[in-house]
Every structure is written in C-alpha cells, then in structure tokens.
Design a protein around this ligand. Sequence first.
Ligand code: SAH
Length: 466
Amino acid sequence: MDHFPIFLATAGRRIVLSGGGDAALAKLRLLLKTTANITVFAPDAAPEIENWATSGKLTLIKRSMEPGDTMCAVIFYAADGDAVEDKRTATIANADGALVNVVDNLEDSQFITPAIVDRDPVVIAIGTEGAAPVLARAIKADLEEKLPSTLGTLARIGKTFRKMSYKLPFGRARRDFWRDYYFNAGPAAIADGAEAVQPALDALLDDHLNREAREGHIAFVGAGPGDPELLTLKARKALDEADVIIYDRLISPEILELARREAIMLDVGKEGFGPSTPQETINDLLVEHGLTGAQVVRLKSGDSTVFGRLDEELDAVTAAGIGWHIVPGITAASAAVASIGQSLTKRHRNASVRFLTGHDMQGFADHDWAALAQPNEVAAIYMGKKSARFVQGRLIMHGADQNTPVTVIENASRPDQRVLSTTLAHLPTDLAEANMIGPALTFFGLAPRATSEIAPTVISREFAYV
Ligand code: SAH
C-alpha cells in the first residue's frame, strides 16, 4: 500500500485550489460537500465557480496564485490543467506547508483523491493507487447501486441512538441489534418516513433487551480449493458473521481476508506427515469457543466432508451439546478436473469415480487395487504426492496398463496452478522432477483435454519443464 487512506477533518479548515476550468470544477463539486473553507485562485473562472463565490460557498480570488496564498491550507489542488502552471503553484503550496495534489499527475502528488460513494455520514472511498481508475469507477457504480439512498438518514439517526444501545452488552448482542436496525427494522421504518425511524429504534431495543443470550454454534464450512470466488454465498455469510474462525493450513490468505475484522482467527494447520495440531486440541478448541456462546466457523479446505476428519469434530461438539451445521464446499477434485477440461464420469468410459487418499494415519493407504487396475477406471487421489511410487507399484502389480494417463494438478483454482500430464509408468519420476510444493491432486485414468485453452499450463513429457 503506497497510499494510506484516512478521512480528513475539514470543518473550519482551509483548502486551496488553483484553476478555473473543467478539472477545477470536477474537484470543487467534491470539495463543496465538505465543511472546509475553500479558496480558489483563477484569473478566469467558469461561471459555476463565479456562482458558488456569489452565494458564499467559496472564496474566489481572480488572479494567479502567489507565494503565501496557501498559508495555513491543509491541502492544495493544482488544477489549472497546464503542466507549467501546475508545477509553479504546487511549488508555492509545498513551500507554504500544504499537502499537494496535482490533478492527473500521480507522480507529483503527495495525496490522491479516491472515488467516493457518498451516503453521508457513510462515506466509502475507493482507491487503486492510480493504477486502474476505470476499476475504481466500476466498483463505485456497483456500490452506488447496492447501497440504498436512505442509508445516510439511517446512519444519522442511528448515531443519535448510540448511547441508548449501550444498554445491551458489548459484543455480539450489540452487533446483532445494529445489524437488525440497518438491514431490517430501519429500512422498513423509513419507508413510512424519517419520523418513523426513532420509534422503530425504541421498539427494536426493547425487543433485543428481552432476548435470551444467543447460544454458541459451529458452522463447518467448506472453503473450496483456494480461489475466493469458489466460495459459496453461505460460506461468505458465515465468514461475515463469525466470532471465531478455526482454519486449516490449506485455506488461502485471500479467503481469510474476507473474515470479519473482529473475528478471532485460530490456525490449526496440519501438514501431510509433518507437524500438526492434534485432532483432540482442535476438538477442544471448538467446544471451548462454542460453550462461550460464540458463532464459530470451522473452515476446512475444499468440502469438509471429504478427507476432513469432520466426524470426529462433529462427535465432540455434539457431545458438548453445541448446535452445528455443515456448509458444503467445492472439493479439490471438482476444481482440478475443471482445470483440465475433463469430466469425473463419462458415458461408456467410467460410470463411477473413486476419491482415494494416498495415505492415512497408518501410512500409505491400501485400496481395492485390482478393481482400479481395470481399463477406463478413474480415481482422484488426494494427498497423493508422497505415495506416488507406492500407488504406481500397487496398480502395476495388479495389472494396470503402464500407459494409463495420470494427471497431477497442483494448486488447483489458484493463480499458481500447475498441471503435470504423464503416465502411470513415469508418474514418480515426473512428479519428483516437477517439484510440486503446493497441494496437489492426482487423477489416475484422466489426461488433460487436448485444446489450446489448456495446453499452455500443462507440463507434460513432451513439454520442456520450466
Ligand atoms: N477437504 C478437502 C481435502 C482435504 S485433504 C477437499 O475437499 O478438497 C488435503 C488434500 O486435498 C491435499 O493433499 C490435496 O491432495 C488436495 N487439495 C486441496 N486443495 C487443493 C488444491 N487447491 N489443488 C489441488 N489439490 C488440493
């Protein structure tokens, strides 16, 4: 972050702008929303600026800026739209100690003006550090559409009610009250006019004061394979509302970013054969937080019902009398197969597909290798990197064709996704050479679909490995 967003107190402070044309007008329209004392220097000002001056909204001085004109100004806009004049006025303002913005000149500006969504007192500032103004405008348009125009009124009335809400205990109870106000009772009341809002607030507070303390609850949420856009809407909502989030190693940082800022984040990562948080500790944490009345999200990669040790956790919270529900997620096999343009099942090829784990708690996992070694079988092998040689040995021993296609997808759905296309005969050596360090899913019996859309991401025996 090269630019740190802050909200500047403007009441009674001085803001100076040099310029009288279109660039100046655009900035002044924004600045006039503030409570600052605005001074404009322009030998030649647009009629609108003249009108604002006449009606006392700003002070217009009809000459070019001189040293000392920006004394005591907090910020200054060089908006003459002329590089030489902008440089001259910026130098003056700098010397006078004001923070300087040169319109449309990121490099010479000490601050930038964000795109703004104004529902005063709710104000949203959107910045892209000058990298993508188009994107900022698109986000702004999106938010303008989503936020009701009555939001400002609701917030203003809500602000006068803050102290009353202190009758509710700090934390969840108070948050629930405000959520109810802004998203249910408030919008419903304001439909009958602003004067209906205050009585609605009184009634809502009574209602919340009489509520029983909320009980703790655990949501077992599947976070999908890593791409935050593959989260379900239910998962998003659970992350928004969580008091505590207990998450695994494979949860991507982009997904953790979506959690409510105030949530307690607990990392209980487990790594293959490596160090891990014992399952009993995770169970205990779930129970401990559930019993405090917290809304806990147990965030697991992919779908929590697939190789997620879900049942042990369900048993623990059930035994403690804590309520729970499961939010399904997209499992790694679904994301991986999508990335190679294939189907998990296919008419006349395979009518069933197996999800296997390469290893379990005892070590390499055993399966019905003889059945799997038959032609046209497809299996998605989770946690299969370390067991590649073992799986290969078993399958070949049971008669599998050495030329059966095998595809390994690392970091499926993430920006650093890689695909290794090989055969059963070469799996262990090619995998070792590819040196995959991210989570990887192995498909036995599937090759990437041969299309130009997939080929560039594929490392295969024919492609030089880069
Ligand atoms: N519950 C998870 C699986 C947990 S087991 C799910 O439904 O996906 C962990 C294994 O899942 C990893 O060893 C790897 O084999 C696989 N995996 C998880 N995320 C993955 C990803 N983004 N790309 C490839 N494989 C992944």
